[in-house]
Design a protein around this ligand. Structure first.
Ligand code: SF4
Length: 305
């Protein structure tokens, strides 16, 4: 039983849906249909789906990590994809040149074995050959076997048709532990996996960093540990969640900080890294569709919140 509790946004930017997956009201999760601000619907669409009820990782900047009630089933993850297809993607999804399905919204996908089943079935769920699965992960140590299985599974997709993104957040391991309080791979271990992941023609592994004021992010450290031939760096603002505010975390990508970000990008590029600065559309935050925002709103209305 799945029902739509709420939705927000607009079709030409992003639409977030709060879905109740089971009878109990605390089984509410969110999924999103989003566009790349620079591209049209025919060029790229992104379906972002949740993999868990809440999240056990508890990142310092994420409202989804304040509660955890278990994994979603493969059927429940698939239901989100079908819902996005029917309610947001429409016939454009079949014509779109890149349909990315991102396992990122709520939950740590590598802690749910059902995510692998859903990825394997994506070509039969979606009406297009241009599907790109994308896993965004903190790389929990407990998921080592899951990551081995992922290496095998991605062979079923084209060389440039599978993406893995690791949340790096900082180049200081102690700061990473504060931001992502779970036993997880070190930067060196992520680098080792990236070298195994990328073979000729493969999409490089993405190293994600939501830059926060006062949190170390040193390009020289990245350059020592990671091979620019296997990794790209993606810098994003920190979303304005309740939890980020409560932990006194403020985005380092605020207006006025542009010269620092430009300098950071130049240093990364001088070390050989391709660097993506992903600001997103400011309307997303205003509409409440930035990651974690709807989860926060949804939980507030629940007795267990
Ligand atoms: S950012 Fe992702 S891994 Fe971290 S608590 Fe939120 S949902 Fe979990």
């Amino acid at each position: 039983m799945m029902k739509v509790v709420e939705s927000a946004g607009c079709p030409d930017v992003a639409q977030v849906f709060v879905l109740q997956m089971r009878d109990e009201p605390w089984t509410r999760i969110e999924c999103v249909g989003a566009l790349d601000p620079a591209l049209g619907r025919e060029d790229k669409m992104v379906f972002v789906v949740s993999s868990q009820l809440g999240c056990p990782v508890g990142c310092a900047m994420c409202d989804a990590g304040t509660w955890f009630a278990g994994n979603l089933t493969a059927g429940e993850i698939e239901a989100q994809i079908r819902h996005l297809l029917a309610s947001w993607g429409g016939s454009d999804a079949a014509r779109c040149r890149k349909l990315k399905v991102q396992f990122a919204r709520m939950g740590e996908p590598s802690l749910n074995p059902a995510v692998l089943d859903v990825i394997a079935r994506l070509p039969s769920i979606l009406p297009t050959p241009h599907v790109i699965p994308c896993v965004a992960t903190t790389a929990p140590r407990a998921a080592a076997a899951w990551f081995e299985d992922l290496l095998v599974l991605r062979r079923a997709f084209g060389p440039d048709s599978f993406q893995v993104q690791f949340s790096v957040q900082s180049t200081d391991e102690a700061a990473r532990d504060r931001m992502m309080p779970v036993a997880k791979w070190t930067l060196e271990e992520i680098s080792g996996y990236a070298k195994r992941w990328v073979r000729g023609g493969d999409r490089k592994v993405t190293l994600n960093a939501a830059l926060a004021e006062g949190v170390a992010f040193d390009p020289e450290v990245l350059g020592r540990i990671f091979d620019p031939g296997t990794c790209v760096v993606k810098l994003t603002p920190l979303n304005p969640t309740d939890r980020a505010g409560g932990n006194a975390l403020r985005s380092a990508m605020e207006t006025g900080n542009e010269p620092r970000i430009v300098e950071l990008v130049e240093r990364l590029e001088s070390l050989g890294f391709r660097c993506i600065v992903s600001i997103g559309d400011p309307r997303e935050t205003q509409m409440g569709t930035s990651c974690g925002q709807m989860a926060r709103l949804g939980r507030r209305s629940l007795p267990m919140a």
